[in-house]
Design a binder for this molecule. Structure first.
Ligand code: 4AD
Ligand code: MG
Length: 460
């Protein structure tokens, strides 16, 4: 049985076997306590060995115990008994122990290692309280993403990872090639001789392909890895991250904002209900008040503010910022922080950004200057979701693309959506790791994905 199951088991005196990794061993005069964890839940189970037990002595149990250290894998058999220790229902009165794998010079000896140190041993860090809790929360919330959309008739679409187009038009893409560019004479590369006969990249977003399916199945979403080669060495950026992108036909920006708010609230509610034990740990040891913050967001109504109004608010406090705000500027994280914490006092959706600072596909407003964009900002983190209503008018979209110097012919498939049965449609993207940062209260995005990829770092 897994420890999660054993710990809620009531059958006193029942035989039980536990398999896992030793967290601690404590030796008293007549008793030895071994705490075993198998990652099935936050808690470990305590196994108690009675040193006066002749049967165990005969079986060599105490020799095994003497050699036992943190990190060893074991199988312990015994009887379940109600635990006198606070906070756990059941423990095991041990009868046998089998050492499965030793762990000499195990690097995780101390109770608390720094997160920086643990990043260097990413292959072992899941065995700590913090990273075990992050991994379980990630898993449960990935499932919740599917629950949310499946319950609302959104179909899951697998959009490609290798692509020839730059969906965000930002140019920060990793190139994919099968050419041996190290071979003398192969430079400059002849891409017509490459695997796909042209230059290809890792995708920055599945949105454009999702739009093609949204204009067939009405409501779709993608949830997959995305890649950005921007040199942003911040605590909120990864070069490889997972993004969830819903796309709905017959939906305008208001529908999109409602969907984003409902989505976040569903995910936070799920975390509060289904990851309570892990969240209690984050609240006590990682970020005080994180549980309360999530509860408040679930109960709140997200504020709405246009970009133009937001900039006016920022300009009133201009002196506060390192980067002076002005109409047309990209909002910096200090601005986002101010808007959520000082202006809105909670999550806020900023809409209608200047077209210059947003992607080519966003629907133009009647003012001819701003587009139907939305960014959902949350306190502490800033942008968690970015999305928009899409330009469904063929001529306007074509001329915007030409204005930006895009190679319009490469996007003829995308423009076909506007040629054949065009409809108003909207969608957004949420970085999965930004969500996990917010829910766990962790502060560095490198600590909420198993193997972070950031500039200069892609060890194994
Ligand atoms: O705002 P972004 O760039 O929007 C898009 O990619 C659109 N195609 C989405 C859509 O409308 N379908 O990215 C969306 C979200 C951001 O709000 C952020 O949560 C996350 O993706 N994100 C990152 N997360 C981690 N590391 C990075 N480098 C990220 N860049 C964006
Ligand atoms: Mg964005």
């Amino acid at each position: 049985m897994l420890i999660r199951e054993l710990l809620c088991f009531d059958a006193e005196g029942q035989d039980a076997a536990v398999r896992g990794w030793v967290r601690t061993k404590r030796e008293l005069k007549n008793l030895v306590f071994v705490e075993v964890n198998d990652g099935s839940c936050f808690a470990s189970i305590q196994c108690t060995f009675d040193c006066n037990d002749a049967k165990m002595a005969k079986k060599g149990v105490f020799n095994t115990l003497a050699a036992l250290g943190t990190g060893c894998s074991v199988e312990i058999k015994g009887k379940l008994t109600p635990s006198p220790a606070a906070g756990q229902k059941t423990e095991i009165v041990a009868e046998t122990i089998l050492l499965i794998g030793g762990a000499d010079d195990y690097p995780l000896q101390k109770k608390r290692h720094s997160l920086e140190f643990l990043r260097e041993i990413a292959h072992l860090r899941a065995r700590t309280n913090t990273f075990g809790a992050v991994a379980r929360t990630r898993s449960r919330l990935a499932f919740a993403v599917h629950e949310f959309f499946q319950n609302r008739d959104f179909h899951y679409i697998h959009t490609p990872i290798i692509t020839a187009n730059d969906a965000e038009g930002a140019g920060a893409m990793f190139q994919v090639t099968a050419l041996d560019i190290d071979k003398p004479g192969n430079l400059p590369p002849d891409y017509s001789a490459d695997f796909f006969g042209k230059k290809t990249f890792l995708t920055v977003s599945g949105q454009l392909e999702a739009e093609t399916y949204a204009t067939a199945l009405s409501r779709v979403y993608t949830f997959g890895p995305t890649f950005r080669a921007e040199n942003s060495n911040t605590a909120r950026h990864l070069a490889e991250f997972w993004m969830i992108e819903p796309e709905a036909s017959f939906a305008d920006l208001e529908d999109n904002m409602r969907l984003a708010e409902d989505f976040l609230k569903f995910l936070f509610t799920t975390a509060l209900e289904k990851c309570a034990e892990d969240l209690a740990f984050f609240d006590a040891h990682i970020q005080k008040g994180v549980v309360d913050t999530l509860r408040k967001v679930v109960e709140s109504r997200f504020s709405h503010i246009t970009y133009t109004e937001a900039v006016k608010e920022l300009e009133k406090q201009s002196g506060k910022f390192t980067f002076k705000p002005f109409w047309g500027c990209d909002l910096q994280s200090e601005h986002e922080k101010f808007l959520t914490e000082a202006v809105a006092g909670g999550p806020v959706i900023v809409t209608d950004y200047p077209e210059e600072i947003k992607a080519f596909y966003m629907k133009m407003n009647d003012d001819g200057k701003t587009v139907r964009a939305m960014d959902v900002l949350v306190p502490r983190l800033g942008e968690i979701i970015g999305g928009s209503q899409r330009e469904e008018n063929l001529e306007r979209l074509e001329s915007r693309m030409a204005e930006l110097g895009m190679h319009v012919a490469d996007y003829s498939w995308y423009l076909d959506l506007r040629r054949f049965g065009s409809v108003p449609h909207s969608g957004f993207g949420m970085g999965f790791e930004r969500l996990i940062l917010y829910v766990t209260g962790m502060t560095n995005i490198r600590d909420v994905i198993p193997y972070p990829r950031t500039p200069g770092v892609a060890a194994f």
